[in-house]
Design a protein around this ligand. Structure first.
Ligand SMILES: [Ca+2]
Length: 208
């Protein structure tokens, strides 16, 4: 089982993404986060490039959108293509920065509530091949997002973890819905993530 909140926080991973260069980017991002808490932004892509200013100017970004808080305006998830490709190559779930829609723009999601814990500097790991966006009965029938990560420990069976997220005002609420052996049937997987149920995510490459 993963350590409880690691997937949502900037973390050091020896196998991917967080190289020395990226560590600097992240430190800068944390500083930026502290100084811009809940500041509204009009353009998430521009804001992402500003935050990760050490990325090359021509770095391709990847974004996808869905309306998590049901206000009729999509939330925006962004990462950079280099990190995304590296994560996919290493069979690691890509990490996304989330921008939550507001009536007049977006706010960067900096906070996640997980039970009694509150995490800041939020990056969310979402496997685009296993996403459901819609009403989640296990989350008080609010609209949100369900996704699954699969862990393959060196010893023992694989572990499937099904996560649910809903947007509460300007923060994210997370609940782990299920942990199971993905070689076996799972009612929540069937309910949200099987063929015909899951949401097909269209990711868009942004070249400048
Ligand atoms: Ca929305």
């Amino acid at each position: 089982m993963r350590e409880p909140l690691s997937k949502f926080t900037f973390r050091i991973r020896s196998t991917n993404r967080i190289t020395m260069k990226n560590s600097n980017i992240i430190c800068n991002s944390i500083l930026f986060t502290a100084s811009s808490l809940l500041a509204e932004v009009s353009n998430p892509v521009e804001d992402y490039r500003k935050i990760f200013s050490e990325l090359p100017n021509r770095e391709v970004l990847i974004k996808w959108e869905c309306d998590l808080n049901n206000d009729g305006k999509n939330e925006v998830f962004i990462t950079d293509k280099t990190s995304y490709d590296e994560d996919v190559k290493n069979h690691v779930v890509p990490q996304w920065l989330l921008y939550i829609s507001t009536p007049t723009g977006f706010v960067k999601c900096d906070t996640m509530h997980d039970g009694n814990d509150v995490e800041s500097c939020v990056l969310i790991e979402i496997n685009l091949e296993a996403v459901f966006s819609g009403v989640i009965s296990e989350m008080e029938s609010k609209r949100g997002l369900v996704t699954e990560e699969i862990k393959n420990p060196r010893v023992g069976d694989p572990v499937g973890i099904i996560h649910a997220y809903v947007v509460e005002e300007q923060y994210l609420k997370h609940v782990k819905l299920s942990e199971y052996n993905p070689t076996q049937p799972n009612a929540l997987f069937t309910k949200y993530l099987r063929d015909g149920k899951r949401t097909v995510v269209q990711k868009i490459e942004i070249k400048q």
